[in-house]
Design a protein around this ligand. Structure first.
Ligand SMILES: *[C@@H]1O[C@H](CO)[C@@H](O)[C@H](O)[C@H]1NC(C)=O
Ligand SMILES: *[C@@H]1O[C@H](CO)[C@@H](O)[C@H](O)[C@H]1NC(C)=O
Ligand SMILES: *[C@@H]1O[C@H](CO)[C@@H](O)[C@H](O)[C@H]1NC(C)=O
Ligand SMILES: *[C@@H]1O[C@H](CO)[C@@H](O)[C@H](O)[C@H]1NC(C)=O
Ligand SMILES: *[C@@H]1O[C@H](CO)[C@@H](O)[C@H](O)[C@H]1NC(C)=O
Ligand SMILES: *[C@@H]1O[C@H](CO)[C@@H](O)[C@H](O)[C@H]1NC(C)=O
Ligand SMILES: *[C@@H]1O[C@H](CO)[C@@H](O)[C@H](O)[C@H]1NC(C)=O
Ligand SMILES: *[C@@H]1O[C@H](CO)[C@@H](O)[C@H](O)[C@H]1NC(C)=O
Ligand SMILES: *[C@@H]1O[C@H](CO)[C@@H](O)[C@H](O)[C@H]1NC(C)=O
Ligand SMILES: *[C@@H]1O[C@H](CO)[C@@H](O)[C@H](O)[C@H]1NC(C)=O
Length: 844
């Protein structure tokens, strides 16, 4: 059934076969978030948690300003204006000890399963919510009076409405008083789409064909298709899930495994089942393949639906990841579907199962009337079929055997909007905003499996990821996302709590360029600041350029130009001129005396890194004005500016006595007093090496004890070396000021000396510095998510630079608080730096 296998599949397959790290072509399939925001920078976020866990069910009532949260053993009512204001209410709904004992007796996991996981929270009527919980493998449901907000005394059996297992995919909706749920309900039972309460109870058919095969549900959506329908059509509920695909041949990667595919199914709201055939079963169940065209079989993670008031404008945004066969490779994709495309598939031809060949194929025979699976509409009513119970047997028999459609639902433009490697998107929420240009943009908020939100804007058939926001201190999946337009907030449910994040934080963009380049439809430059459009009534003077992301700022130069800094070094020494780019998409461009620095200057004296320009073996003629520009999307902004003075070595003896701690001159110049200093330095260095060796010895011992799968210290410290410089930059420590007063070398806080044994032409060989330790082999798991790490480390070791800080101030920046953050930041950046492209493998 693989028609139209697009170029996409081929392209990504090639990438997969070639493996990581992939360069060039592969980059086009991988969008880079422009900015990385770490947890500690989330100043305007609000956090709610209690001693409960698993905050997986959110229900927002925007008009009332209340966010209901279903967690493990509790339901909360929070003020959606500020979920952390302390005014919350709690319903404790825990499992009784007897029930818990029973659950444990069934052999369930006492750490996760034998609890009451609240899985359903829906508004029932003006006064009551309907809630269901797994209740230690004995599901219960209840009515909650929202005015009292206390635990009711009466409970209903929940086994038809709620899964037993908290880990099973589940989706539930209350539509006009009826409860529509889809999951695998009882232990070991088949998956099912059910309707309960009020209307007649309905299920999916299980014989002779299973309408659902090991389905894992992610979402359900009501589309009011009866509204304004001249056909007298019915409202429909759409279901999104992944299931085993009977119609597909076995996977080309694993012949034993039946492939799983993404599906969309739908039922009609006024279906009441058949009279004799399909009694208490849906007569309107139809399903179709949901294709996103990432190889090879896609797992659906989440679906979000939105429209502009008319159901005909409904679009579905779906998040996919690769299925198990591809676990060695993490890839996610976002696809967009029009409701019209979905409807077209359901109006197309059917598939049929051939018992003889045991295969599904297109059905080309006669189709009875009224059309099987269609809702009862005006035409059916005119023919005398007022309800599904009136349908003729021929139609009902046909429905029983033809639940699957031949056509697949293709994404808009026939390709994913976004493909991203090394990430699993678990959740998607979408906001629609009108920008200054009068156009409407869809803003995607994508939750990841490791506690991050990717905020992105849809630009035609492309997606620009504005920010990669860390929303959890520890990596944990984002379980639920809800957007409040009224509060302009995003609510994020995780295992450990709920986070309320403003949809935008324009103040993060510090200049007009930054504001424009971000392409954030929520933000505009008002001449002084980047601010929220929604908070700015006077918009005529605001600047914004979502579409191109580079217009408007050029002649409005109210930019703060960076302070020019002086740097002084001795001839032959090395110096790093720091230049931190806030944008992962920016390329650093350096001008010396007004002309661009070329990294291939023949001698390799200049090297561009992610955090600055490294000059090695400085010569007197290297003095001059150095300017660092951030080049992004055709714009160039000055980020840092230096005046470098290279001094001849002769000056050193006069300077060194006053600054004995500054051990950074060339050994050849040592004479007189200098000799004493020199020996002192050697001693200090020797001591340092000794300490380092001891530490390394200790660490290697420690590592052996920890087992071979821990990341060793050498890597961590190597990565630290890379950015230590920028952390120190601009920190006016007392020592630094003192130096300024003395008028000698008013430089920044770091200095580089070669740290490799061979480059230290030391006259006395008493203290040979320890060679840098080779990085320990990476465990197989790590070569997946962070494939580029080894190269980076080898690079660092190959260069063997030790960065020594002049001041002893601990370099703790809030920007860098964990190894993984550091790593992800570096990995994003390194794709765009020349240093990486010129990776010298021979330096291993
Ligand atoms: C939520 O808090 C805001 C401001 O603190 C207050 O005005 C509002 O009444 C509160 N809403 C509810 C439902 O308590
Ligand atoms: C779960 O069971 C294990 C032993 O089977 C026990 O050590 C542990 O304390 C139990 N945990 C809880 C939360 O009851
Ligand atoms: C809402 O439903 C509950 C439970 O069925 C019922 O007790 C209550 O009276 C209903 N409220 C309204 C306003 O209909
Ligand atoms: C609930 O949270 C715990 C950790 O807090 C996690 O181990 C467990 O898998 C979660 N359960 C579900 C059903 O998400
Ligand atoms: C369908 O409804 C119409 C009018 O509402 C009625 O005349 C007709 O008999 C009904 N048909 C059936 C089969 O019940
Ligand atoms: C999807 O719908 C939009 C507007 O609703 C339309 O512009 C577009 O052409 C449609 N695309 C497809 C593939 O139907
Ligand atoms: C400068 O900013 C003003 C609004 O503040 C805008 O109207 C004008 O077009 C801008 N100039 C340029 C050259 O972009
Ligand atoms: C800025 O404006 C001046 C005239 O005011 C114009 O000559 C110049 O080309 C503009 N520069 C850019 C980069 O738009
Ligand atoms: C840098 O040196 C120049 C003279 O060479 C001096 O005028 C300027 O003030 C110095 N800047 C700083 C920041 O020290
Ligand atoms: C920059 O200009 C100064 C004098 O104007 C010159 O001495 C120096 O060598 C120049 N630097 C470079 C790197 O060209």
């Amino acid at each position: 059934m693989r028609r139209n296998v697009p170029i996409y599949l081929v392209a990504l397959s090639v990438v997969a076969v070639m493996g990581y790290p992939s360069k060039g072509a592969a980059m086009d399939l991988d969008a880079t978030p422009r900015m990385t925001v770490v947890y500690n920078d989330l100043t305007s976020a609000r956090h709610f948690s209690s001693n409960a866990q698993n905050y997986t069910t959110l229900l927002l009532e925007d008009e009332k300003g209340i966010l209901y949260v279903g967690a493990r053993g509790a339901i909360f009512s929070l003020n959606s204006t500020n979920i952390a204001d302390g005014s919350h209410h709690i319903i404790d709904w825990k499992v009784s000890p007897e029930r818990r004992a029973e659950c444990l007796k069934k052999g369930k996991n006492n750490k996760t399963e034998c609890y009451n996981h609240v899985r359903l929270l829906q508004r029932l009527n003006a006064t009551h919510l309907y809630a269901c919980g797994t209740f230690a493998f004995h599901p219960l449901c209840t009515y909650i009076d929202t005015n009292k907000f206390t635990l009711p005394t009466h409970f209903e059996e929940g086994k038809e409405k709620c899964p037993y297992d908290p880990a099973h995919g589940y989706t539930g909706l209350i539509v006009d008083g009826s409860l529509y749920t889809a999951t695998r309900y009882e232990f070991r039972s088949l998956p099912d789409i059910r309707r309960n309460r009020q209307q007649r109870i309905l299920k999916t058919e299980e014989s002779p064909l299973h309408w659902l095969n090991d389905a894992d549900f992610v979402a359900s959506v009501l589309v009011r298709e009866s509204m304004g329908s001249y056909l007298g059509d019915d409202d429909k509920i759409y279901y999104f899930f992944t299931e085993r695909a009977g119609e597909e041949s076995a996977s080309i990667f694993d012949k034993t495994q039946v492939p799983r595919v993404a599906r969309v199914a739908r039922v009609c709201k006024n279906d009441i089942g058949g009279k004799k055939i399909l009694q208490r079963k849906w007569t309107s169940f139809m399903k179709a393949r949901l294709a996103c065209y990432i190889p090879y079989y896609e797992i659906l993670k989440d679906v979000y639906s939105l429209n502009n008031g008319d159901w005909r404008s409904t679009v579905f945004y779906a998040a996919f990841s690769l299925s198990a066969q591809w676990r060695s490779m993490e890839v996610s994709a976002i696809c967009r579907y029009n409701i019209s495309e979905v409807r077209t598939a359901f109006q197309g031809t059917y598939m049929e199962y051939q018992d003889s060949s045991r295969k599904w194929s297109q059905y080309n025979g006669e189709v009875p009337a009224p059309r099987p699976g269609a809702c009862i509409n005006n035409r059916a009513r005119k023919a005398g079929y007022n309800t599904s119970q009136d349908l003729p047997n021929s139609v009902l028999d046909f429905i029983k055997l033809h639940p699957l459609m031949y056509e697949e639902v293709k994404p808009v433009d026939g390709a994913p909007l976004l493909v991203k490697k090394n990430v699993i998107y678990t959740q998607v929420a979408v906001d629609r905003v009108r920008a200054l240009d009068g156009k409407v943009y869809d803003m995607l908020f994508l939750g990841t499996g490791n506690g991050r939100i990717h905020k992105a804007v849809v630009l035609g058939s492309k997606v620009h990821i504005i920010e990669d926001i860390q929303v959890s201190r520890v990596p944990q999946p984002v379980e639920t996302l809800i957007i409040s337009k009224k509060q302009r907030s995003l609510y994020i449910g995780t295992r450990s709590g709920v986070l309320q994040l403003p949809l935008s934080n324009c103040r993060r963009y510090i200049s007009c360029f930054d504001c424009i380049l971000a392409r954030d439809p929520y933000c505009g430059w008002d001449g002084e600041k980047c601010r929220e459009l929604a908070e700015t009534p006077e918009r005529s003077r605001m600047i914004q350029d979502v579409l191109r992301g580079n217009m408007g700022c050029l002649n409005n130069s109210s930019q703060a130009t960076p302070v020019q800094k002086n740097r002084t070094v001795l001839r032959g020494d090395d110096v790093l001129l720091p230049c931190e780019q806030t944008s992962n998409l920016a390329r650093a461009m350096w001008l010396v005396n007004g002309t661009e620095v070329l990294t291939e200057d023949g001698q390799g004296h200049f090297r561009m890194g992610v955090d600055g320009l490294l000059l090695t073996g400085t010569q007197l003629e290297f003095s001059g004005e150095y300017q660092c520009y951030a080049e992004e999307n055709g714009l160039q902004a000055l980020v840092a500016s230096y005046v470098l003075s290279v001094l001849p070595e002769q000056l050193v003896p006069q300077l060194s006595p006053t600054m004995p701690q500054q051990s950074w001159y060339s050994p050849s110049s040592a004479n007189g007093d200098g000799k004493f200093i020199y020996i002192a330095v050697i001693t200090v260095l020797g001591g340092l090496c000794f300490v380092l060796s001891v530490v390394l010895l200790y660490v290697s011992c420690l590592q052996k004890r920890k087992g071979k799968y821990s990341l060793g210290v050498p890597q961590a410290s190597s990565v630290e070396l890379q950015t230590v410089s920028s952390n120190c930059m601009g920190k006016g420590s007392p020592e630094e000021e003192e130096e300024d007063d003395l008028g000698i070398f008013p430089d920044g806080c770091l200095q580089i000396i070669p740290g490799e044994a061979t480059t230290l032409s030391s006259p006395s060989k008493e203290a040979p510095p320890a060679p840098p330790p080779p990085p320990p082999p990476l465990p197989a798991e790590f070569t997946n998510g962070i494939p580029t790490l080894p190269n980076m480390l080898r690079k660092m070791n190959g260069n063997s630079y030790m960065l020594l800080r002049q001041n002893e101030e601990p370099c703790t920046s809030p920007l860098y608080n964990s190894f993984t953050e550091e790593l992800s930041k570096i990995l994003e950046k390194r794709k765009h730096t020349q240093l990486v492209e010129k990776l010298d493998e021979s330096s291993v």
